[in-house]
Design a protein around this ligand. Structure first.
Ligand code: BLA
Length: 507
């Protein structure tokens, strides 16, 4: 039932993924109170990774737990300017007969230290700088988003060794689409497929916006519990920790996809989560420290480059519209308001609005271009204006205003109308696009349980599922509202001027 669906979505959205109380097993963690330097939390595998049993470490001072050289570096990383929110490598060292790398990240009043075995001592930063320089140089002369996406997935596939690398873009409703893909190996291609919003609940998106990446090293390996030093310790906030344990729902999701590991770079454009670069591998895979360091920086470069391209596209459109606007202003200075929007100017304005048709109705005279409602229906649109504000727009006419469908005909699904006076308006029309969406699996919600226990299940199949939706046009953008608004103010002031002239002449 609809109630169960709501309850299931609410259950998804309330899973506290930032405080999972368990970690991924490819490393161990301790949390240290920034004031007292005592260990407030430790993962159950601390001994296995570092040789120090978690039970003896808890509630001890960091000075008593770790060997001298290491504890010095750990403590130093608590001091500004080293303290960072994200996990940053602090030091690598020999302990318990193996080479470990330590990383630090902020967790409110505590700092989380992560220890991960590495194959050998690496000069992470130096290598990363060179690789990053190579990657960014490959993208230097790219001037469009399609090429940016294509080149990026290929470069990242080589850098990371993940079989599948995808650029995934969110739409306005939080659904996402695979815009580019580099793929080798046994995984299914996802290029062009859409994923519904509920695959990534809001609290997971919040973390994605704050962090550069997230890896899930091994879908099959069991998670490891985190123990607290005292029973009423607040749960450890692992937002910025690489080893943050993975929600079992999401583990099932990745299993259903055939992924053994994932590595997601979070793309932020102008402060908003734009999408991600998602990487999958059929078997377990941990991006090494160098790869993490490169990717942390690469994804920022990618976001900035993308931002520049999107801004440039917007500016080009506004510039084109501005040219039309200037011509309109010039012709508005003329005598006859009836000739204000010449057929030619209306056509250009229609293009600037990316509309399929446009009409100017003024005191009975009609100027039109392209796809417009039959002339006898324009009077009805005028009537509609009596009860609506100065401007009105929709990209789903049938759903938003069923009473208008009759009027505009079923070819038109988008309307942007501006009323200048009681008996004049300018309107732009957009065609009904037959929207064909290829979903990765049928986007139906599968629910188990009922009422408060209703649980949304991850999809079992990601095979292409085609959905055709009629009744909507491409949506109007902020730039188009701006263009329509300017046209309105030019026309209204021209009307006023003409009226004043007329009155003066009469006197
Ligand atoms: C998390 N789901 C996520 C994340 C992604 C996706 C990217 C963030 C974690 C990460 O960055 O690895 C989804 N991954 C995708 C998609 C693609 C991809 C769409 O590669 C496309 C190629 N998931 C469900 C349902 C629920 C759900 C029904 O399908 C809820 C009932 C939950 N998804 C869910 C949860 C998380 C998540 C709880 C957080 C996982 C975590 O961080 O522990």
């Amino acid at each position: 039932s609809a109630g169960d669906i709501d309850a299931a979505l609410a259950n998804c959205a309330s899973e506290p993924v930032h405080i999972p109380s368990f970690i991924q097993g490819n490393g161990a963690i301790v949390a240290v109170d920034n004031e007292t330097l005592t260990l407030t939390h430790a993962s159950a595998n601390l001994e296995q990774i570092t040789g120090v049993p978690h039970a003896t470490a808890l509630n001890q001072s960091i000075y008593d737990v770790f060997p001298e050289g290491l504890r010095h570096d750990l403590v130093n990383s608590l001091l500004p300017p080293f303290l960072m929110q994200e996990t940053r490598p602090v030091d690598s060292f020999e302990l318990n007969g193996r080479t470990l790398i330590a990383g630090a990240s902020a967790a409110g009043p505590a700092t989380i230290f992560e220890f991960e075995p590495i194959e050998s001592m690496q000069v992470v930063t130096g290598k990363a700088v060179h690789q990053l320089a190579f990657l960014t140089s490959q993208l230097q002369n790219v001037d469009n988003t399609a090429t940016l996406f294509e080149k990026s997935v290929r470069l990242l596939q080589v850098l990371t060794g993940f079989d599948r690398v995808m650029v995934y873009e969110f739409d306005g409703d939080g659904n996402g689409k695979i815009q580019a893909e580099a793929l080798t190996g046994p995984l299914e291609p996802y290029l062009g497929l859409n994923f519904p919003a509920w695959d990534i609940p809001q609290q997971a998106r919040d973390i994605m916006r704050k962090t550069p990446f997230r890896y899930i090293a091994d879908v099959l390996s069991p998670s490891v519990p985190i123990h607290a030093g005292n029973d009423d310790a607040a749960p450890l906030d692992m937002t910025f920790s690489h080893l943050r344990g993975v929600s079992p729902v999401h583990i099932r999701y990745l299993e259903n996809m055939g992924s053994g590991a994932s590595f997601t770079l979070n793309v932020v454009v102008s402060g908003q989560l734009w999408g991600m670069i998602s990487m999958h591998h059929p078997t377990a895979r941990v991006p090494d420290q160098t790869v993490r360091e490169v990717c942390r920086n690469f994804v920022r470069f990618f976001g900035l480059t993308l931002d520049t391209m999107l801004q440039r596209e917007r500016l080009t459109r506004l510039y084109e519209a501005d040219t039309v606007r200037r011509e309109l202003t010039e012709s508005a200075a003329g005598e006859e308001t009836e000739t204000l929007l010449s057929k030619q100017l209306l056509t250009r304005l229609c293009d600037a609005m990316r509309a399929d048709g446009a009409v100017l109705v003024k005191e009975g005279s009609v100027q039109s271009h392209g796809l417009v409602p039959p002339p006898d229906r324009l009077e009805q649109l005028m009537q509609f204006g009596v009860s609506c504000p100065d401007t009105f727009h929709t990209s789903a006419l049938g759903a938003d205003n069923p009473e208008l469908v009759d009027m505009v005909g079923d070819e038109i699904a988008g309307l942007h109308i501006t009323f200048m006076a009681e008996n004049s308006f300018v309107a732009f029309f957009r065609r009904d696009r037959e929207l064909v969406t290829k979903w990765a699996g049928a986007p139906q919600k599968t629910i188990e349980g009922q009422g408060a226990d209703a649980r949304l299940q991850p999809r079992g199949s990601f095979a292409e599922y085609k959905e055709t939706v009629r009744g909507s046009s491409i949506p109007w953008t902020a730039e188009e509202h701006q263009i329509a608004g300017e046209v309105w103010s030019i026309l209204v002031s021209a009307e006023r001027e003409a009226l004043i002239k007329k009155t003066t002449r009469q006197q």
